[in-house]
Structure formats: structure tokens, C-alpha cells
Design a binder for this molecule. Structure first.
Ligand SMILES: *[C@@H]1O[C@H](CO)[C@@H](O)[C@H](O)[C@H]1NC(C)=O
Ligand SMILES: [Ca+2]
Length: 324
């Protein structure tokens, strides 16, 4: 090849960036994470069999509403019948800075593919215990919503496969557009075949140092697979965890099996401490372009760049590939 020197260099640099992204995205999550954090299960924010912390007495840590039924093996947010809505909400506001939620759920029903709905949502919001149009919760919410959307309402473009997992940060004045599956507000996501599967299905939501990470374990392989990773997510303290679900003309059983919240211990600089205090309204530093996610992708390149030095085996492979 007879490329001008600077162009060749540019190509080499972008190859490097692409490779860095490829290597780090497959391994950085677990590697850097396990070295720097400690996990503690927070029982007051968790739910597991036989769901004793869930009830209508004010001493219980969780409350339920709508069509929710507490069964021996799961919490059924909706049964497989039309126009049902159910939710569970923590009574205790969350003041944890860094946390990880591991959720076991099961979505199943009689309907054939894409003749089922509507899905399940996980929340960390200012509002709680309000029935509404967003998977059984109120619209114009303030905080984080992670959606397992099982029905394509806006399927004209066919560019997404459903079920589709996405996330949104609301500030109270932005609507989730249900008819468009939240496309104008989502921060990205992934297709996830979670419905009517034989094996156990899990979702992981991690909020650590203002980065929101969502992973799935839905293929029966006992391993986490990346779904989305968004830096610069700012969530105030004192919001409530919840899970909700709704059916419409189409339906499914939406079962919550466990909701386990872990506190993560992360070292912070005094500046980072101060920054956290100042957050009063949820926001995201980098908005996703509705036609693609270039903005976030570029940010991820830079975000991961300094981490590469910690992953020495990968650096050796990179050097081998680029300079041999
Ligand atoms: C809420 O978010 C929207 C969209 O990001 C933004 O246009 C609006 O200014 C925000 N509202 C406040 C009060 O910050
Ligand atoms: Ca939908």
C-alpha cells in the first residue's frame, strides 16, 4: 500500500482504538471490577423466597399493589391475562452510592412470538406506588427505568428484535413514548430472548462511579453478557427501588423470583464525593443520538483508554498485532 504517512498513522490509530474497545469490552467489566469492589447483600432492599419482607404491614420493607400475587416460588406481577398491572416497591429510600442489582425473573405465556406483552420494568425513582402507562408505572418518572420490553409497538423499521432491553433516565419532564418503545429517550440496549425459555433468566444492573451497566444471563450458560454500559449517569440519593409489569390486549405471566441488591465499596476522591452531593436531578452527560449511538460509542473509547494499561496480556496481543 502506498498511503501517505499521516493517513496510514490514522488508520493504525483507529485500528488500535477498535481493538482496544474489542478487548476491553469483553473483559474490562469483570477484571477491573473484581479488583476494586466488595459486595454486601443489603437485605432491606432485597426480595427472595419466601418473600417475608413483602406485605402491607408498615414493618415490611416492601409493598405490593395492583394485580400482584405472592406465590410460594415467585412474585407474579401480572398473570397471563389482558389489562393487568402490578408492582412491588421498596419502602426504604436508597442512599447507597454504588450498587449492583441481580434479578431473577421469568416471562412466560401462551401467546405466540410477538403476540404477547408488554414486559417488565425495574425502577430506581423518586416516585413510588403509582399505577400508570409505563409497564404499570407512572410516566414522567424521575430516575432510572430499565425495561424488558417484550412487545414491538413500533415495528415499522424492523431494526430491533424483541424482547428488547433498554434503559432510560427521566427527570420528571420527559415522557417514555410507549407507542415507539421508548426509542427517543433510551440510552441503548440489546435484544434478549427471555420469553418462554427453559433455563433460569437473570438481569444485572450495576451503578458504579456514575456508570450504568446492564448485563444478562439468559442463555443458561451461567455467565454475564454485556447489554449496555453508559458513563456519566447522575442519579440523586434517596430514590426507591421497584419492579412493575403490565399486560394490554396481549399478555404474559411476569414473575419476579428474586431481587438482590448488593452495596459496592468503591474508593472515591474528595472531588468525586463533592460532585455526588450536588446531584439533585437525574441526568446523563452524553445523550444518545436517536439515529444511532455514535456519541456514546466515542465516549466509551476514551473512557476505556486508560484502563488498557491494567490489562497487560491484552496489551501484548495488541503489540503483536500492530507492530510485528
Ligand atoms: C429534562 O431532560 C430534558 C431532555 O434531556 C431536557 O430537555 C430538560 O431541560 C430537562 N429538564 C430539566 C429541568 O433539567
Ligand atoms: Ca413495547
Amino acid at each position: 500500500m502506498n498511503l501517505p504517512y499521516s493517513l496510514a498513522n490514522k488508520i493504525r490509530l483507529s485500528t488500535l482504538l477498535v481493538l482496544i474497545l474489542a478487548f476491553t469490552s469483553s473483559s474490562s467489566g469483570e477484571n477491573t471490577y473484581e479488583d476494586t469492589t466488595y459486595e454486601f447483600l443489603k437485605r432491606e432492599y432485597s426480595l427472595s423466597k419466601p418473600y417475608q419482607g413483602l406485605g402491607s404491614s408498615s414493618s415490611s420493607h416492601w409493598e405490593f399493589m395492583g394485580n400482584t400475587m405472592i406465590m410460594p416460588e415467585n412474585i407474579r406481577l401480572t398473570p397471563d391475562s389482558q389489562s393487568r398491572q402490578g408492582a412491588v416497591w421498596s419502602r426504604i429510600p436508597c442512599y447507597l452510592r454504588d450498587w449492583e442489582l441481580r434479578l431473577q425473573f421469568k416471562i412466560h405465556g401462551e401467546g405466540k412470538k410477538n403476540l404477547n406483552g408488554d414486559g417488565l420494568a425495574i425502577w430506581l425513582t423518586k416516585e413510588r406506588m403509582q399505577i400508570g402507562q409505563v409497564f404499570g408505572n407512572t410516566n414522567f418518572f424521575t430516575g432510572l427505568g430499565v425495561f424488558i420490553d417484550t412487545y414491538p409497538n413500533d415495528d415499522k423499521q424492523h431494526e430491533r428484535t424483541f424482547p428488547f432491553i433498554s434503559a432510560m433516565v427521566g427527570n420528571g419532564s420527559v415522557a417514555y413514548d410507549h407507542d415507539r418503545d421508548g426509542r427517543s429517550t433510551d440510552l441503548g440496549g440489546c435484544a434478549a430472548h427471555v420469553r418462554n425459555v427453559e433455563y433460569d433468566t437473570f438481569l444485572l444492573i450495576r451503578y458504579m462511579k456514575n456508570t450504568l451497566t446492564v448485563m444478562t444471563d439468559i442463555e443458561g450458560k451461567q455467565e454475564w453478557k454485556d447489554c449496555l454500559d453508559i458513563p456519566g449517569v447522575r442519579l440523586p440519593q434517596g430514590y426507591y427501588f421497584g419492579a412493575s409489569s403490565a399486560t394490554g390486549d396481549l399478555s404474559d405471566n411476569h414473575d419476579l423470583i428474586s431481587f438482590k441488591l448488593y452495596e459496592l465499596t468503591v474508593e472515591r476522591s474528595p472531588e468525586e464525593e463533592e460532585e455526588q452531593q450536588e446531584i439533585t436531578l437525574p441526568s446523563v452527560d452524553y445523550r444518545v443520538d436517536p439515529n444511532g449511538n455514535t456519541v456514546v460509542t466515542i465516549t466509551l473509547h476514551l473512557f476505556f483508554f486508560h484502563n488498557i494499561l491494567q490489562i497487560s496480556p491484552n496489551v501484548c496481543i495488541l503489540q503483536h498485532l500492530l507492530f510485528s
